[in-house]
Ligand binder design. Structure first.
Ligand SMILES: [Zn+2]
Length: 352
């Protein structure tokens, strides 16, 4: 059963408008009513917020009720979660790429027990807020666009074959998203109608378009922006040119990973059973963790090659182990044979 919230020790915060005097007659404003009050979850904890309405005593001005802008800006209307909580959750999800469970743990550590279901709702709210703020974001760059025009990039992503596609139009110089739409098909007329025409309607000069070599996007640009120079995206070209190297690197990384993981498993098992207070075990466990971390790394086409990176990491680990060997701190001084065998196995694993 759901427990009722304990509101006994929740701190109270009172808000009043910034205006102290009536703007039309200059007399002091007086407190007229409590406009609203609610319990709000903020990053600092739960608070009980009261917002008071003030007005002028003169009958002529008394129709206007002044309210605190600060209080209104704490949370969306009708919500019991503050903007700070919503944006923090959104940041963790989309910028830090945290999972739902990780976010719940982070909130728990800040004494904010919010259920996973509620976090999911708040992520949805964050996206709605982000979309609502988009026109204002474009507006702040109006002067720049008026002066320099726009260079737009169009790209489509299809997360699953045969499903809806996400199209994004960005301003390439400022790296600003202008439009993002999901379309059920990548037909040229749809791209034209839902993406290019609204961007055109913003009223700025479009100096050039960048996209991949997709024929639908090309046709859409020809229809909507007939005189606009259209260039193929260099990153797409590089990715395609680098694909064979990237694939070869990936295959090498997979082989290395498989071999090293098979060798690492028994060593980790033995270390986890050894005495945790021993310094040697702690150092060797650090080496295993570093190795595991190196094995986890992924590449990004075309330039970040995970196989080569793994190779470099292994060399660094090998050098570090060699230094330890030279100092005779790990391999030579060992209190028991078992530990010596761990060290030698780790050593062999990395050096061979
Ligand atoms: Zn007045």
């Amino acid at each position: 059963m759901r427990k009722a919230k304990d509101n006994e020790n929740v701190p109270k915060l009172y808000y009043r408008p910034n205006e102290k005097t009536c703007p039309s007659c200059g007399r002091p404003l007086y407190r007229r009513c409590a406009l609203w009050h609610k319990y709000l979850v903020t990053l600092e904890g739960r608070v009980h917020i009261f917002s008071f309405g003030y007005s002028c005593r003169r009958r002529r001005c008394s129709r206007v009720i002044y309210r605190s802008r600060e209080a209104e800006e704490l949370s969306p209307k009708g919500y019991s979660f503050g903007f700070d909580v919503i944006t923090q959750i959104g940041w963790w999800r989309f910028w830090d790429h945290r999972t739902l469970d990780e976010i719940a743990t982070l909130l728990q550590s800040q004494h904010l027990p919010i259920s996973r279901r509620q976090i999911l709702y708040l992520i949805g709210d964050f996206l709605a807020l982000l979309r609502a703020a988009q026109p204002a974001k474009i507006e702040t760059q109006r002067a720049y666009f008026k002066r320099h025009g726009m260079v737009i990039s169009v790209d489509g992503m299809e997360p699953e074959q045969g499903n809806e596609m996400l199209f994004v139009v960005r301003e390439a110089n400022l790296d600003l998203t202008l439009m993002a739409e999901t379309l059920y098909s990548s037909r040229a007329d749809l791209i034209s109608r839902h993406l290019l025409e609204p961007v055109k309607a913003l009223g700025f000069r479009i100096r050039a378009v960048i996209s991949d070599a997709d024929p639908n996007i090309r046709r859409a640009v020809e229809t909507s922006l007939p005189d606009c120079p259209h260039q193929a995206c260099q990153v797409h070209c590089l990715c395609e040119a680098g694909a064979p190297i990237f694939e070869a690197d990936r295959a090498m990384k997979t082989d290395m990973r498989r071999d090293l993981r098979a060798k690492l498993r028994p060593i980790s098992r033995e270390l986890s059973q050894a005495s945790q207070d021993d310094l040697q075990t702690a150092v060797l466990m650090d080496y295993c963790e570093a190795l595991r971390d190196a094995l986890r790394a992924d590449g990004i086409s075309p330039f970040k090659l995970a196989g080569l990176k793994l190779h470099d990491e292994l060399q660094r680990l090998e050098q570090s182990l060699r230094r330890c060997h030279k100092k005779k701190n790990i391999v030579s001084y060992l209190p028991c044979w078992n530990l010596r065998s761990f060290a030698i196995s780790t050593w062999n694993l990395i050096c061979n």
